[in-house]
Design a binder for this molecule. Structure first.
Ligand SMILES: [Zn+2]
Length: 285
């Protein structure tokens, strides 16, 4: 089982997505604390390979906290790219996507002092009807882990549809539990809300359809709720109704079930431990 981290500043990104600001100061101290918690979790639970993992980081973190990116890389983890800002790429024009991919990769490589070879789109949002966005990713990166598939064959079919030649895909698995209800993913809020038995079943199914089991998490799932919570005052520009709504809505991500999430993840890790960095696996010769 792989465990990867989408390393982003929820408080910064929520304000950007709601139009409160284009960008502003990150909560650098909170990001440092969350990294230390993640790193300690991996050292305690990951096993011999899995004490190192892949961190898909937004480029803005490399801009504002290059020491943190350098530190994560220095601890032996893989720095991969989670776009420059945590934007939904779906509707962005090709030139903007290309610019943001290059900007993020460059900032992360400078900070990490290491090549950045993996990519994951924010919120897994990519335009998939035509190959253009995937082809831009292929221009900058060696592998992509932005898409969910029901089987390894479905992933291979998709790679052909996107006309990929060099870019490797690291598929994530999503499925209906026992064939019913909405699709569930092995990560983030899905993992918070789903009982451990559902997650275990998904891991088993994932292996059966040829997709390496893979759980993804975020810094705020390793942190105190307050670390990344945006107050109603900070959202004041939205007006009283909307700022109140979003102040409450965050609890879904930041609070509910978070205290038990790491226990849940630890219980999913097989006896041999986690599988470690994605680049070491997908890019091996
Ligand atoms: Zn993200």
């Amino acid at each position: 089982m792989f465990l990867s981290i989408d390393f982003e500043d929820f408080a910064h990104d929520l304000r950007r997505v709601l139009g409160v600001w284009d960008t502003g100061p990150l909560r650098v101290d909170a990001l440092w604390r969350s990294f230390e918690t993640i790193d300690a979790f991996l050292r305690a639970q990951g096993g011999p390979q899995g004490s190192k993992a892949t961190f898909f980081c937004t480029g803005v973190i490399a801009d504002q906290a290059p020491d943190l990116i350098a530190h994560i890389a220095g601890q032996g983890h893989e720095i991969a790219c989670h776009y420059h800002f945590h934007d939904s790429m779906t509707t962005q024009p090709p030139h903007e996507v290309d610019t943001m991919l290059a900007r993020a990769k460059n900032a992360l490589e400078q900070a990490a002092n290491a090549p950045v070879r993996g990519f994951r789109a924010p919120r897994f949002h990519l335009y998939r009807e035509q190959p253009e966005q995937y082809n831009l990713i292929e221009r900058h990166f060696s592998y992509d882990s932005s898409s969910f598939f029901s089987s390894a064959e479905a992933c291979a079919r998709f790679a052909r549809k996107m006309a990929l030649t060099d870019l490797k895909l690291v598929p994530l698995y999503a499925a209906r539990f026992r064939g019913r209800g909405p699709k569930v993913r092995l990560g983030g809020s899905y993992l918070k809300f789903a009982p451990g038995s559902v997650a275990r079943d998904l891991i088993r199914q994932s292996g059966m359809v040829g997709i390496a089991p893979h759980v993804y998490l975020h810094p705020y799932e390793f942190s105190d709720t307050a670390d990344f919570q945006v107050s109603r005052t900070d959202l004041g520009a939205l007006g009283p109704v909307k700022s109140g709504y979003w102040a409450v809505r965050q609890n879904q991500w930041l609070r509910f079930g978070g205290d038990r999430l790491l226990e849940k993840v630890a219980a999913l890790i097989p006896p041999e431990g986690l599988d470690g960095r994605l680049d070491a696996w997908i890019l091996q010769p």
